[in-house]
Write a protein that binds this ligand. Structure first.
Ligand SMILES: Nc1ncnc2c1ncn2[C@@H]1O[C@H](COP(=O)(O)OP(=O)(O)O)[C@@H](O)[C@H]1O
Ligand code: SF4
Ligand SMILES: [Mg+2]
Length: 383
């Protein structure tokens, strides 16, 4: 049987790469900026190709990342979503060149066409913090407690730009202003612990963008904050991104965080991308049961029929001894023998630029509400 979209796409790996190169100007509905703001000519800034990362441990080889591919263009927002342990941080640390020496890495990470993994450590350092900035979940681990915020921001400038210390401090003050820290000039003399959690995360953002990078990687930037502050920080992050003209890779375990923010979404499970699509497609036409299940964990979201959805039960598999077949099969209401024996490749689904790794994605496509499988399973009914 030929499934919609499959016949024209024999090479699933090429498909995901092609998908990754869908340009922001080609998207029909950019959630945040509107279609007209995604003007033509946006160049690709970052491309990750078949990235794999594993860690030898006493218990065996941890296969943390197993073939991640994506591309991001200027000013684009890519959301990377998945449960804790799915390989989101490890894949972004690889981009930043921040993995421990024990890590075994393969694949390519191209910044404007230049392979970061093949660069000298010196060139990698030159890129980090200058062309690619990173916002971490916990600013206290990224900021130095014994130096003032002004000194740290100025240091970030001085390590990449030929300016005087005074000039660097002026830039530091401008950045604190930009991220919404009141009395920025006076706060240059404060230490990180003198800021509230939300304000500290603003400082972290200032630090990530002070050299006006092309790409900001924000790894769970609001997870430690309460909901109101979370929204303010996300809003600020987007404002700052627009001000410096950067693209963002926004990593989160919470699909709700990226709704209305990301242009595209990559869903990760057990170290692999299992679905990639435009944000609307991911939210309204998921083609991988895991994504459909994740939608159930957004508290405010109800199914099309008005019923609350239930979160996925069970936990992800160990990355040391991955069983054969689809890693989601022990938790999937649609799993059958084929799922338990053969791991599905990423394949184009019924929409352009929408790929999913599921043998049974057409069954989700056949439902007006693809999350229905989770609702029915949790009610104990079978299909
Ligand atoms: N240095 C390391 N050594 C061994 N395993 C690691 C190391 N760093 C991360 N891992 C493992 O890699 C997997 C993916 O981790 P991570 O990328 O941090 O997940 P996420 O960010 O999606 O929560 C996890 O199982 C984690 O335990
Ligand atoms: S391949 Fe099978 S087990 Fe995996 S998500 Fe699809 S239906 Fe579920
Ligand atoms: Mg993480």
């Amino acid at each position: 049987m030929t499934l919609p979209g499959q016949s024209s796409q024999p090479d699933s790996r090429r498909e995901v790469l092609d998908f990754g190169s869908a340009r922001p100007d080609q998207a029909q509905d950019a959630p945040r900026e509107g279609p007209n703001a995604r003007t033509g000519g946006a160049e690709e800034v970052l491309r990750v190709e078949d990235l794999t990362v594993s860690f030898p441990t006493d218990d065996g080889l941890v296969r943390a990342v197993r073939g991640v591919s994506y591309a991001i263009h200027e000013r684009e927002v890519l959301g990377i979503v998945g449960e804790s342990g799915s390989g989101k941080s490890v894949s972004s640390m690889a981009v930043m060149g921040l993995l421990p020496r024990s890590a075994r890495i393969s694949g390519r990470i191209l910044y404007r066409g230049d392979d970061i993994l093949a660069m000298s450590a010196r060139r990698q350092r030159g890129l980090r913090g200058l062309r690619i900035g990173m916002v971490f979940q916990d600013p206290m681990t990224a900021l130095n407690p014994v130096h003032t915020v002004g000194d740290q921001l100025a240091e970030a400038v001085l390590s990449h730009q030929l300016v005087s210390r005074r000039g660097a401090l002026v830039q530091a003050q401008e950045m604190l202003d930009l991220v919404g820290i009141p009395q920025a000039r006076a706060r240059l003399r404060s230490y990180p612990h003198e800021f509230s959690g939300g304000m500290r995360q603003r400082v972290m953002i200032a630090m990530a963008v002070i050299n006006r990078p092309d790409v900001i990687i924000a790894d769970e930037p609001t997870t430690a904050l309460d909901v109101t502050v979370q929204a303010q920080i996300l809003e600020k992050l987007l404002e700052v991104k627009d001000a410096v003209g950067a693209a963002i890779v926004l990593i989160t375990h919470d699909l709700g965080v990226i709704a209305g923010i990301a242009h595209r979404v990559l869903v990760m499970y057990a170290g692999r991308p299992v679905e990639i699509g435009d944000t609307d497609a991911i939210f309204y036409q998921p083609r991988m049961p895991y994504t459909a299940g994740l939608l159930g964990s957004i508290p405010a979201l109800e199914s099309a029929s008005g019923e609350r959805l239930r979160p996925i039960t069970g936990s992800p598999p160990s990355l040391i001894d991955l069983p054969p077949g689809c890693p989601f099969s022990p938790r999937c209401p649609l799993a059958d023998d084929r799922c338990r024996s053969t791991e599905p490749e990423l394949t184009q689904t019924d929409a352009a630029s929408h790929v999913a790794a599921c043998h049974h994605w057409p069954r989700l496509a056949a439902e007006s509400d693809p999350t229905t499988f989770f609702r029915i399973e949790s009610e104990g009914r079978s299909r």
